[in-house]
Design a protein around this ligand. Structure first.
Ligand code: G6P
Length: 607
């Protein structure tokens, strides 16, 4: 979703701002823009990719040692150059970039128009620019500070003004913002990944804080301008993370990283002697963990599907009742929740607005919150009572792959941990740990299906409609397989519990509608085979993903992908790989922009 980068220093701002913005490209956007201060404000904006902005700035470069830039993901107003940020306030007194949504922008716009301010865009952001300009006298920080109480909604802002050269002001409410500290230069960004290699230390802004940056000074203050307590963090950054290496796309690189991602998610967390797992950051002692009698998991997108697998894991290993809720729904519901229920938020980015709001609301009601999150320093990681990091490394491809694998691995460990405090035996706990430790090698083996999956994609990539069917542990995988296909290939796909398709979706089955059957290695095997026959009887092509030991299914289907045989609870992990590769190759054959699919954002920071 929208990205912000700001800079002030002694070097030219344009190349630094552009490089930072390119690092945020993966988050999803539809237009971009950049402004520098050089006696007055200079602005360049384009629709489309950052390459277009880079070209424009190559032809018409901007000078200046401070500036701000932005990638926009349209919320208010269509995708046009006029609607791209930065927006100017007054007669070019200030330039503003903004992430978030200003809910009362209509009312503010009317007031500002009555004062004579002229609007050039359809955005909610332009009201902030004019509002700050209307309040500007001899102090830019004061003008921003006075503007903020008028804004209803969420924001991360960066503001510059030619009347105050070298100063970048930032403010945050509900949308992330991080200050990067350099040597005689300071930075601002909506995501620390923009700052890697530029700043070695960072400070994450809290809600209702402002920052004031000059080349030699940085200050973080509360809304009333009293100074705020801040914690300076070292920015961990690995140049390789931002590099596709030998892979054509980040998504493919990330699919291939998955064996290592499982190893990292397990590292340091296995207590083999006691046949359990341990976690440093849960902030719950054994007594509190033992008292948990219900778990509510809340998430969005792929993370929601990981939560659905977690439901099976917690119920099987820990015998704890679980509910899984879409965060966007859960945040506005008011269900009765007992004291010993914990709320677990699952999120790759740690910034998803709905998940953050659902966790905040739970916390406000006195519920204990746990975050399962990939991004250290993210809003959710900082706000929950306790948590577990995924250690999957930055995920750049918009469709989540390795973060999902890490989420399922961490949920399995948590289920063992809670199970061992209840009825899971030492022997069963030990067996699960052994099986988990074997998974990196098993996933390496699974990746060998790549060529075969590519050939199947070639055969079916013209189909515009596909069904994904699975049961029990593999039902969430059917949802995830369909979601990944939709996200990156723009093909329509539906995930269903295999038996449920009789109640509607079977009407879609014909010779042009392939079904991907996720064949389990479990007690429901025969049931799934009956469902498969029902599709076959209606002439629908069938692609099966089945375990290597299954010699029966091949004769019944059009195409088969064998994956290593593993216990039922680990089948989501081996099934994920062919599903990801199938979506990847179909999208590739359809000429789609795999890492940056249309309309999608990696980190959804608006409701
Ligand atoms: C967006 C992304 C998805 C992701 C979802 C939840 O929709 O495109 O890939 O699964 O957000 O994101 P989170 O960061 O909370 O896991």
């Amino acid at each position: 979703m929208c990205g912000i980068v700001g800079f002030t220093g002694r070097r030219e701002a344009q190349p630094i701002l552009l490089e930072g913005l390119a690092r945020l490209e993966y988050r999803g956007y539809d237009s971009s823009g950049l402004a520098t201060v050089n006696g007055k404000l200079y602005v360049r904006k384009t629709v489309g990719r950052i390459a277009a902005l880079r070209k424009l700035l190559g032809d018409h470069p901007l000078k200046g040692n401070s500036g701000i830039c932005h990638t926009r993901w349209a919320t208010h107003g269509t995708v046009t150059e006029a609607n791209a940020h930065p927006h100017l306030g007054g007669k070019g007194e200030v330039a503003v970039v903004h992430n978030g949504v200003i809910e009362n922008y209509d009312e503010l716009k009317r007031q500002l128009e009555a004062q004579g301010f002229q609007f050039k865009s359809q955005t909610d952001t332009e009201v902030i620019a004019h509002l700050v300009a209307s309040l500007l006298s001899d102090d830019l920080v004061d003008a921003v500070r006075k503007a903020l109480p008028h804004l209803k909604g969420t924001y991360a802002l960066a503001v510059v003004s030619p009347r105050f050269p070298g100063i970048v002001v930032g403010a945050r409410l509900g949308s992330p913002l991080v200050v990067g500290l350099g040597d005689h230069e300071n930075f601002l960004a909506s995501d620390a990944s923009a700052l890697g290699g530029f700043a070695q230390r960072v400070v994450y802004l809290e809600d209702r804080q402002l920052c004031v940056l000059t080349p030699d000074k940085w200050e973080i203050c509360a809304a009333d301008r009293t100074s705020a307590d801040v914690e300076v963090h070292t920015l961990e950054w690995d140049a390789q993370d931002a590099d596709k290496a030998e892979f054509e796309h980040f998504m493919l690189k990330e699919i291939y990283e998955q064996p290592e991602v499982i190893r990292r998610a397990l590292a340091g967390r296995l207590n083999v002697a006691e046949a359990t797992a341990h976690f440093d950051g849960l902030n719950l002692d054994a007594r509190q963990l033992g008292q948990i009698d219900r778990i509510i998991m809340t998430a969005c997108g792929t993370s929601y599907h990981a939560a659905l697998i977690g439901e099976h894991l917690f119920e099987q290993f820990a015998r704890i009742p679980v509910e899984v809720e879409y965060a966007s729904e859960f945040r506005y519901r008011n269900p009765p929740i007992e004291k010993n229920t914990i709320i677990v938020g699952i999120t790759q980015s740690g910034e998803t607005a709905d998940t953050l709001a659902a966790l905040r609301e739970s916390k406000r009601k006195g519920q204990r919150t746990i975050g399962i999150c990939n991004v250290v320093g993210s809003s959710i990681a900082r706000e929950v009572d306790g948590g577990v990091f995924l250690h999957a490394g930055p995920e750049i491809g918009v469709a989540s792959t390795k973060a999902f694998i890490a989420q399922v691995t961490v949920l399995t460990l948590l289920a063992v941990h809670l199970g061992r405090m209840r009825h899971l035996s030492h022997q069963a706990g030990g067996r699960i740990l052994d099986e988990l430790q074997a998974m990196p090698d098993i996933l390496r083996e699974t990746l060998k299906c790549h060529d075969q999956v590519a050939a199947i994609a070639d055969k079916y990539h013209h189909a515009t409609n596909m069904l994904y069917l699975g049961r029990q542990y593999l039902f969430p995988m059917a949802l995830e397989g369909a979601l990944t296909l939709k996200e990156i290939s723009y093909n329509h796909a539906e995930g269903y519990p295999a038996a449920e398709m009789k109640h509607g979706p079977i009407a879609l089955v014909d010779e042009n509608t392939p079904s991907v059957f996720l064949v389990p290695h479990s007690s429901v095997y025969d049931k799934v085979m009956s469902n498969l026959e029902e599709i076959k009887a209606r002439g629908g092509p069938i692609i099966a993903i089945a375990c290597a030991a299954d010699t029966h299914v091949e004769a019944k289907v059009d195409d088969i992908i064998h994956v290593p045989s593993v216990p039922e609870y680990l089948q989501p992990l081996v099934t994920a790989i062919p599903l990801q590769l199938l979506a990847y190759h179909i999208a590739l054959l359809r000429g789609c922009d795999i890492d940056k699919p249309r309309n999608l954002a990696k980190s959804v920071t608006v409701e």
